[in-house]
Design a protein. Sequence first.
Length: 228
Amino acid sequence: MKTSVENLQVLYEDNHLIAINKRAGDIVQGDKTGDIPLSEIIKQYLIRKYNKTGEAYLGVVHRLDRPTTGVVLFAKTSKALPRLNASFASKDAVQKQYWALIEKKKIIPKEGTLTHWLVRNTKQNKSYAYPQECPDSQKAVLSYKILKELDHYLLVEITLLTGRHHQIRSQFAYLGCPLKGDLKYGAKRSNPDGSICLHAHSLEFIHPVKKEKITLTAPLPSSFEKIL
């Protein structure tokens, strides 16, 4: 189901912020495809909700890959945007937690930290993980914990310690455990809705104006629920 103004899943909203539960297939910001991005849909939602004329202000704080679901945060004011940008640029100010279903092809520890060096191939729109530093690579670190073991998949909780292109996807693919539905990184088959089973489950940050800790959690999509 494509996101529209009518079915937008708002997780949180106040005068300065709005957070959305992104669906698979949504693009956060406009790209070369020309598809209507989530940012434009939210602007239309704000115009309708507050009976505004003209264009509503909306700042993109961070992004999720198109086939990924979960919490995405936007700024509604020019005051909030630079403060949020500064927070997201800091390693300690924001905590992002993801849930993923990975293929149970290899035995991995129940919890641990993964450290790789990623090399991005822009033509393929893909990142390759290596165990040691190599030319044009960036260090990528995440911690994970297996929450549930299923017949063919593992439900894994992931905390990103760095934010690299396709980091989770490439690091688990390197282990031989690609994400369910992620054909680009070696999954056996695609998901019917074109998603991959990677969900931005929660986001914790300090409110840019109120200075309070905010924790947002997004409900799991059907691609997870059908398996769990």
